[in-house]
Design a protein around this ligand. Structure first.
Ligand SMILES: NC(=O)c1ccc[n+]([C@@H]2O[C@H](COP(=O)([O-])OP(=O)(O)OC[C@H]3O[C@@H](n4cnc5c(N)ncnc54)[C@H](OP(=O)(O)O)[C@@H]3O)[C@@H](O)[C@H]2O)c1
Length: 264
Protein backbone atom coordinates (compact mmCIF):
# COMPACT_ATOMS: atom_id res chain seq x y z
CA UNK A 1 0.00 0.00 0.00
CA UNK A 2 1.52 3.33 -1.07
CA UNK A 3 2.09 6.13 1.39
CA UNK A 4 2.04 9.06 -1.02
CA UNK A 5 -1.40 8.78 -2.63
CA UNK A 6 0.03 7.81 -6.03
CA UNK A 7 -1.96 4.61 -6.65
CA UNK A 8 -2.93 4.25 -10.30
CA UNK A 9 -1.01 7.36 -11.47
CA UNK A 10 0.19 6.69 -15.03
CA UNK A 11 3.78 7.85 -15.45
CA UNK A 12 6.29 7.79 -18.30
CA UNK A 13 9.90 7.81 -17.05
CA UNK A 14 12.43 8.29 -19.86
CA UNK A 15 15.96 6.78 -19.88
CA UNK A 16 14.98 4.38 -17.15
CA UNK A 17 16.32 0.90 -17.90
CA UNK A 18 19.24 1.62 -15.56
CA UNK A 19 20.55 4.26 -13.19
CA UNK A 20 18.58 7.24 -11.95
CA UNK A 21 15.54 6.61 -14.18
CA UNK A 22 15.39 3.00 -13.01
CA UNK A 23 15.55 4.11 -9.34
CA UNK A 24 12.68 6.54 -9.98
CA UNK A 25 10.63 3.84 -11.75
CA UNK A 26 11.18 1.39 -8.87
CA UNK A 27 9.95 3.86 -6.26
CA UNK A 28 6.92 4.85 -8.35
CA UNK A 29 6.00 1.18 -8.83
CA UNK A 30 6.37 0.54 -5.10
CA UNK A 31 3.89 3.37 -4.52
CA UNK A 32 1.33 1.83 -6.89
CA UNK A 33 1.94 3.92 -10.03
CA UNK A 34 1.54 2.42 -13.48
CA UNK A 35 4.88 3.07 -15.18
CA UNK A 36 6.29 3.02 -18.70
CA UNK A 37 10.06 2.78 -18.83
CA UNK A 38 12.30 3.67 -21.77
CA UNK A 39 15.79 3.08 -23.09
CA UNK A 40 17.45 3.23 -26.50
CA UNK A 41 17.70 -0.53 -26.99
CA UNK A 42 14.80 -2.94 -27.27
CA UNK A 43 16.78 -5.67 -25.52
CA UNK A 44 17.57 -3.56 -22.46
CA UNK A 45 13.97 -2.33 -22.25
CA UNK A 46 12.62 -5.89 -22.39
CA UNK A 47 15.15 -7.07 -19.80
CA UNK A 48 14.30 -4.24 -17.41
CA UNK A 49 10.55 -4.72 -17.81
CA UNK A 50 11.15 -8.40 -16.97
CA UNK A 51 12.93 -7.41 -13.73
CA UNK A 52 10.44 -4.73 -12.72
CA UNK A 53 7.30 -6.78 -13.42
CA UNK A 54 7.20 -8.25 -9.92
CA UNK A 55 7.02 -4.74 -8.47
CA UNK A 56 3.86 -3.63 -10.29
CA UNK A 57 2.28 -2.73 -13.63
CA UNK A 58 5.10 -1.76 -15.97
CA UNK A 59 5.39 -1.28 -19.72
CA UNK A 60 8.46 -0.59 -21.86
CA UNK A 61 9.03 1.43 -25.03
CA UNK A 62 12.40 1.56 -26.80
CA UNK A 63 13.13 4.99 -28.30
CA UNK A 64 16.26 7.03 -28.90
CA UNK A 65 15.81 10.32 -27.06
CA UNK A 66 18.23 12.01 -29.47
CA UNK A 67 15.60 11.64 -32.23
CA UNK A 68 12.54 13.91 -32.04
CA UNK A 69 10.31 11.59 -34.09
CA UNK A 70 11.06 8.74 -31.71
CA UNK A 71 10.32 11.03 -28.74
CA UNK A 72 6.88 11.83 -30.17
CA UNK A 73 6.02 8.19 -30.70
CA UNK A 74 7.43 7.24 -27.27
CA UNK A 75 5.01 9.57 -25.50
CA UNK A 76 2.01 8.60 -27.64
CA UNK A 77 2.75 4.86 -27.31
CA UNK A 78 3.17 5.15 -23.54
CA UNK A 79 -0.18 6.90 -23.16
CA UNK A 80 -1.80 4.22 -25.29
CA UNK A 81 -0.25 1.35 -23.30
CA UNK A 82 -1.25 2.85 -19.94
CA UNK A 83 -4.72 3.99 -21.06
CA UNK A 84 -3.70 7.64 -20.56
CA UNK A 85 -0.92 9.71 -19.05
CA UNK A 86 -0.87 11.64 -15.77
CA UNK A 87 2.80 12.46 -15.50
CA UNK A 88 6.04 12.75 -17.43
CA UNK A 89 9.41 12.33 -15.72
CA UNK A 90 12.05 13.39 -18.24
CA UNK A 91 15.40 11.82 -17.42
CA UNK A 92 17.87 12.74 -20.17
CA UNK A 93 20.35 10.23 -21.56
CA UNK A 94 23.90 10.94 -20.34
CA UNK A 95 25.85 13.22 -22.70
CA UNK A 96 29.47 12.25 -23.36
CA UNK A 97 31.97 13.95 -21.06
CA UNK A 98 34.48 16.34 -22.58
CA UNK A 99 36.15 19.72 -22.29
CA UNK A 100 35.03 22.52 -24.62
CA UNK A 101 38.07 22.05 -26.88
CA UNK A 102 37.30 18.35 -27.39
CA UNK A 103 33.69 18.70 -28.49
CA UNK A 104 32.76 18.56 -32.15
CA UNK A 105 29.87 20.34 -33.90
CA UNK A 106 28.11 17.01 -34.38
CA UNK A 107 28.10 16.45 -30.60
CA UNK A 108 26.69 19.90 -29.91
CA UNK A 109 23.94 19.20 -32.50
CA UNK A 110 23.00 15.77 -31.13
CA UNK A 111 23.08 16.77 -27.48
CA UNK A 112 21.26 20.07 -27.96
CA UNK A 113 18.52 17.83 -29.27
CA UNK A 114 18.66 15.25 -26.49
CA UNK A 115 19.01 17.68 -23.58
CA UNK A 116 16.88 20.62 -24.81
CA UNK A 117 14.65 19.89 -27.81
CA UNK A 118 13.63 16.36 -26.84
CA UNK A 119 12.28 17.37 -23.43
CA UNK A 120 10.41 20.26 -25.11
CA UNK A 121 8.90 17.85 -27.63
CA UNK A 122 8.10 15.29 -24.96
CA UNK A 123 6.14 17.94 -23.06
CA UNK A 124 4.30 19.11 -26.20
CA UNK A 125 3.08 15.59 -26.85
CA UNK A 126 2.47 14.77 -23.18
CA UNK A 127 0.17 17.78 -22.89
CA UNK A 128 -2.13 16.21 -25.47
CA UNK A 129 -2.71 13.44 -22.93
CA UNK A 130 -2.30 14.86 -19.41
CA UNK A 131 -5.55 15.95 -17.78
CA UNK A 132 -5.30 18.07 -14.63
CA UNK A 133 -6.37 16.21 -11.49
CA UNK A 134 -8.38 17.67 -8.67
CA UNK A 135 -5.78 16.51 -6.14
CA UNK A 136 -2.96 18.20 -8.15
CA UNK A 137 -1.10 14.86 -8.44
CA UNK A 138 0.99 14.16 -11.54
CA UNK A 139 2.42 16.81 -13.87
CA UNK A 140 5.96 17.07 -15.13
CA UNK A 141 9.33 16.55 -13.43
CA UNK A 142 12.66 17.09 -15.18
CA UNK A 143 15.93 15.57 -14.01
CA UNK A 144 18.96 17.82 -14.59
CA UNK A 145 22.13 18.03 -12.45
CA UNK A 146 23.83 20.15 -9.82
CA UNK A 147 26.10 21.12 -12.74
CA UNK A 148 23.54 23.83 -13.58
CA UNK A 149 24.54 25.62 -10.37
CA UNK A 150 28.21 24.63 -10.13
CA UNK A 151 29.54 23.54 -13.52
CA UNK A 152 31.53 20.30 -13.27
CA UNK A 153 34.92 20.28 -15.06
CA UNK A 154 35.04 18.06 -18.14
CA UNK A 155 31.25 17.87 -18.64
CA UNK A 156 30.73 20.96 -20.79
CA UNK A 157 27.69 19.69 -22.74
CA UNK A 158 25.93 19.06 -19.45
CA UNK A 159 27.05 22.38 -17.90
CA UNK A 160 25.75 24.41 -20.85
CA UNK A 161 22.67 22.65 -22.17
CA UNK A 162 20.89 21.56 -18.99
CA UNK A 163 20.45 25.19 -17.87
CA UNK A 164 17.67 25.64 -20.46
CA UNK A 165 15.52 23.13 -18.63
CA UNK A 166 15.27 25.43 -15.62
CA UNK A 167 14.02 28.23 -17.91
CA UNK A 168 11.53 25.72 -19.26
CA UNK A 169 10.41 24.73 -15.75
CA UNK A 170 9.67 28.35 -14.80
CA UNK A 171 7.94 29.10 -18.12
CA UNK A 172 5.78 25.98 -17.98
CA UNK A 173 4.98 26.45 -14.29
CA UNK A 174 3.49 29.86 -15.12
CA UNK A 175 1.69 28.70 -18.24
CA UNK A 176 0.34 25.38 -16.97
CA UNK A 177 -0.25 26.33 -13.34
CA UNK A 178 -3.61 27.96 -14.08
CA UNK A 179 -4.65 24.63 -15.65
CA UNK A 180 -3.67 22.74 -12.49
CA UNK A 181 -0.61 21.05 -13.99
CA UNK A 182 2.54 21.41 -11.89
CA UNK A 183 6.07 21.44 -13.33
CA UNK A 184 9.24 20.97 -11.27
CA UNK A 185 12.84 19.77 -11.55
CA UNK A 186 15.31 17.83 -9.44
CA UNK A 187 19.07 18.42 -9.61
CA UNK A 188 20.93 15.23 -8.64
CA UNK A 189 24.42 15.39 -7.20
CA UNK A 190 26.57 12.24 -7.38
CA UNK A 191 24.70 8.91 -7.57
CA UNK A 192 26.19 5.45 -8.02
CA UNK A 193 25.23 4.58 -11.60
CA UNK A 194 27.04 3.53 -14.79
CA UNK A 195 27.29 7.22 -15.69
CA UNK A 196 29.24 8.04 -12.52
CA UNK A 197 31.42 4.93 -12.94
CA UNK A 198 32.30 6.11 -16.48
CA UNK A 199 33.16 9.63 -15.25
CA UNK A 200 35.29 8.28 -12.39
CA UNK A 201 37.18 6.05 -14.83
CA UNK A 202 37.86 8.98 -17.15
CA UNK A 203 38.97 11.33 -14.34
CA UNK A 204 41.16 8.58 -12.91
CA UNK A 205 43.02 8.28 -16.25
CA UNK A 206 43.32 12.06 -16.58
CA UNK A 207 44.79 12.82 -13.17
CA UNK A 208 46.71 9.58 -12.63
CA UNK A 209 44.85 8.51 -9.48
CA UNK A 210 43.05 5.21 -8.90
CA UNK A 211 39.28 5.07 -9.39
CA UNK A 212 38.89 4.50 -5.62
CA UNK A 213 40.90 7.66 -4.90
CA UNK A 214 38.77 9.69 -7.33
CA UNK A 215 35.59 8.42 -5.69
CA UNK A 216 36.96 9.25 -2.23
CA UNK A 217 37.74 12.80 -3.35
CA UNK A 218 34.17 13.19 -4.69
CA UNK A 219 32.72 11.88 -1.43
CA UNK A 220 34.96 14.16 0.67
CA UNK A 221 33.04 17.16 -0.73
CA UNK A 222 29.62 15.71 0.11
CA UNK A 223 28.55 16.57 3.68
CA UNK A 224 26.77 13.19 4.02
CA UNK A 225 30.08 11.48 3.08
CA UNK A 226 28.63 9.14 0.49
CA UNK A 227 27.16 9.12 -3.02
CA UNK A 228 23.41 8.67 -3.42
CA UNK A 229 21.37 5.60 -4.28
CA UNK A 230 19.08 6.18 -7.32
CA UNK A 231 16.01 5.36 -5.21
CA UNK A 232 16.86 8.32 -2.97
CA UNK A 233 16.25 10.53 -6.00
CA UNK A 234 13.17 8.44 -6.79
CA UNK A 235 11.52 9.32 -3.48
CA UNK A 236 11.87 13.05 -4.14
CA UNK A 237 10.38 12.66 -7.62
CA UNK A 238 7.56 10.55 -6.17
CA UNK A 239 6.83 13.27 -3.62
CA UNK A 240 6.77 15.94 -6.34
CA UNK A 241 4.23 13.91 -8.34
CA UNK A 242 2.09 13.25 -5.29
CA UNK A 243 -0.87 15.23 -3.92
CA UNK A 244 1.36 15.96 -0.88
CA UNK A 245 3.27 18.38 -3.14
CA UNK A 246 0.08 20.07 -4.37
CA UNK A 247 1.51 23.59 -3.86
CA UNK A 248 5.03 22.91 -5.22
CA UNK A 249 5.29 24.40 -8.73
CA UNK A 250 8.25 25.83 -10.68
CA UNK A 251 10.76 24.49 -8.13
CA UNK A 252 14.24 23.12 -8.83
CA UNK A 253 15.32 20.92 -5.93
CA UNK A 254 18.88 19.73 -5.33
CA UNK A 255 19.17 16.11 -4.18
CA UNK A 256 22.87 15.95 -3.48
CA UNK A 257 23.64 15.08 0.15
CA UNK A 258 24.44 18.77 0.68
CA UNK A 259 27.13 18.92 -2.05
CA UNK A 260 26.08 22.35 -3.44
CA UNK A 261 27.66 24.99 -1.25
CA UNK A 262 25.84 28.10 -2.53
CA UNK A 263 22.69 29.37 -0.80
CA UNK A 264 20.65 29.97 -3.98
N1 LIG B 1 24.56 9.50 -11.87
C1 LIG B 1 24.79 10.73 -11.48
O1 LIG B 1 25.50 10.94 -10.49
C2 LIG B 1 24.17 11.90 -12.22
C3 LIG B 1 24.21 13.16 -11.61
C4 LIG B 1 23.63 14.25 -12.24
C5 LIG B 1 23.03 14.07 -13.48
N2 LIG B 1 23.03 12.83 -14.06
C6 LIG B 1 22.37 12.73 -15.37
O2 LIG B 1 21.17 12.00 -15.21
C7 LIG B 1 20.88 11.29 -16.42
C8 LIG B 1 20.78 9.80 -16.13
O3 LIG B 1 22.05 9.37 -15.67
P1 LIG B 1 22.32 7.93 -15.04
O4 LIG B 1 23.35 8.13 -14.02
O5 LIG B 1 21.04 7.28 -14.72
O6 LIG B 1 22.98 7.19 -16.31
P2 LIG B 1 23.14 5.60 -16.61
O7 LIG B 1 23.17 4.83 -15.35
O8 LIG B 1 24.28 5.49 -17.55
O9 LIG B 1 21.75 5.22 -17.35
C9 LIG B 1 21.47 5.80 -18.57
C10 LIG B 1 20.07 5.45 -19.01
O10 LIG B 1 19.80 6.22 -20.19
C11 LIG B 1 19.35 5.32 -21.22
N3 LIG B 1 19.81 5.87 -22.49
C12 LIG B 1 21.08 6.09 -22.89
N4 LIG B 1 21.10 6.65 -24.11
C13 LIG B 1 19.79 6.78 -24.49
C14 LIG B 1 19.14 7.30 -25.63
N5 LIG B 1 19.85 7.81 -26.66
N6 LIG B 1 17.79 7.27 -25.69
C15 LIG B 1 17.07 6.75 -24.66
N7 LIG B 1 17.62 6.27 -23.54
C16 LIG B 1 18.97 6.29 -23.45
C17 LIG B 1 19.99 3.99 -20.86
O11 LIG B 1 19.22 2.94 -21.42
P3 LIG B 1 19.75 2.04 -22.67
O12 LIG B 1 21.09 1.53 -22.30
O13 LIG B 1 18.70 1.01 -22.79
O14 LIG B 1 19.77 2.98 -23.84
C18 LIG B 1 19.87 3.99 -19.35
O15 LIG B 1 18.59 3.58 -18.96
C19 LIG B 1 22.01 11.63 -17.38
O16 LIG B 1 21.65 12.74 -18.15
C20 LIG B 1 23.16 11.98 -16.44
O17 LIG B 1 24.13 12.76 -17.07
C21 LIG B 1 23.58 11.74 -13.46
Amino acid sequence: MGRLGLEGLRVLVTASTRGLGRGIAEVLLSEGCIVTINGSSKTSVERSVGHLKEKGVVYGVAADLRDLDQVVSLVDKSAKLMGGLDALVYVPPPPPPGAFSELRKEEWDIWSRALVLSPVWAVRVALRHIRPRRDFAGGIVFVTSIAVKEPIPDTVLSNVLRLSIHGLVKSLARELGPRGIRVNAVMPGYFMTDRLRALVKRWSGEIGKSEEEVLVSIIQNVPLKRVGDPQELGWVVAFLLSPLASYVNGASIPVDGGRLVSIF
